[in-house]
Design a protein around this ligand. Structure first.
Ligand code: KG4
Ligand code: ZN
Length: 352
């Protein structure tokens, strides 16, 4: 069974052809980073306009690379939430049009379920029940995934998402959007004990919730307490495509220590709950997925942690937003006969 999948929830226009939920025949991702970089973050209006421009060539390219014609497809799938409404609308409307024009069943996928299936796609041996940590620019969610992919939310962030914290801290320090990958590459050059980050304490509500805004504030205070205006200005003059060596040339040792300490604090915040929860829920595996799952420090720390069950990450190409993961999640829906109607609506907020 071949599914054409479309993903347009944020700033990536993506299409993929996936066979039987397992084999990725093609996966095309058009990034809008250049468009948003000069604003230091995603501008929703610009994102939807870019999706409109990119959607037809991206879908055509996915079909061409897969060597598959419309008649050889069994269904069309799209992300219908959560995400930017105007961006989601482009993918949902396009998928509906394809469904109608080619008589294909329409499958509606939750973006977060897609991120979880990015791991299942590559590691079919992932045993359930599992713990799934979704860490991206928009989400930091922890789920208990039971048999048959029944999801139960355990906790989420109270404020910023982990990727958002990376991007905001990078912006404060003068690095371009998206700052996560740059800080990750610089972190090994600093001393992770150089700057103290206090751990957030949840005094009310769900004690398992995450929080990252305190770390962002700590970095802001650090920039105020240290005379760093000149180095920040120097970094702002460097382009978005600079190499690690070029960033190192404009990043003094004290700033590298701050970056290393920030990264260690984020990783600790993400991983500290997992060991206890693995035991409490008797899960058989852990899934860590989403853009921040690309983080080399997080992967190293997860590998070194003695959690006792396998921890699965997607390969970097499937960690950030893509449509192959949507096609993989959609396959289960197709098999279950869980088909959407043409009245499907994009949903900016959509719980899993
Ligand atoms: O999953 P994704 O492509 O889009 C969302 O659904 O948000 O994630 C993008 C986010 C950005 O915030 C980016 O800075 C972050 O993932 N990211 C990283 C790394 N690579 C991407 N954060 C930390 N370390 C990385 N290596
Ligand atoms: Zn995502």
């Amino acid at each position: 069974m071949r599914i054409l999948a479309i993903e347009s929830s944020c700033d990536e226009t993506a299409a993929a052809v996936v066979e039987d939920g397992r084999t990725v025949l093609s996966s095309v991702v058009a990034s809008q980073i250049e468009t948003h970089q000069k604003y230091g973050g995603v501008v929703p209006e610009l994102a939807s306009r870019e999706h409109m421009r990119a959607i037809t060539p991206v879908v055509d390219e996915a079909l061409a690379r897969a060597g598959v014609g419309w008649k050889e497809l069994d269904a069309v799938a799209c992300t219908y939430g959560p995400g930017l409404l105007g961006s989601l609308l482009v993918g949902v409307t396009y998928a509906k049009a394809i469904s109608m024009a080619h008589g294909l069943p329409l499958l509606a996928v939750n973006h977060l379920e897609g991120h979880i299936h990015a791991v299942v796609l590559e590691h079919p041996q992932t045993a359930l029940p599992a713990l799934a940590l979704i860490v991206s620019g928009g989400h930091t969610h922890l789920y208990h995934v039971r048999e048959n992919f029944a999801y139960e939310a355990i906790s989420k962030t109270r404020d910023d998402a982990a990727g958002e914290a990376y991007d905001k801290v990078a912006k404060l320090l003068g690095y371009p959007y998206p700052g996560g990958p740059i800080l990750d590459k610089l972190a090994p050059y600093g001393n992770a004990r150089g700057v103290r980050f206090t751990r957030p304490h949840m005094t009310s509500g769900n004690a398992l919730d995450f929080s990252f805004s305190g770390m962002k504030t700590a970095v802001l205070r650090w920039t105020e307490a240290n005379a760093v205006e000149e180095e920040i200005a120097a970094r702002r003059r460097v382009g978005g495509t600079a190499t690690v060596e070029e960033w190192l040339a404009v990043t003094p040792a004290a700033t590298l220590d701050l970056i290393a300490s920030f990264q260690a604090a984020v990783i600790d915040e993400l991983l500290s709950r997992i060991g206890k929860l693995v035991e409490a829920h008797a899960v058989e595996s852990v899934i860590i997925t989403g853009g921040v799952a690309c983080n080399a420090g997080l992967r190293r720390a997860a590998a070194a942690s003695r959690i006792g069950v396998p921890i699965y990450f997607p390969t970097p190409g499937l960690s950030t937003d893509n449509a192959a993961m949507i096609g993989a999640a959609a396959f289960r829906k197709l098999r279950a006969g869980d088909v959407a109607g043409l009245d499907l609506r994009a949903r900016a907020s959509l719980p899993l």
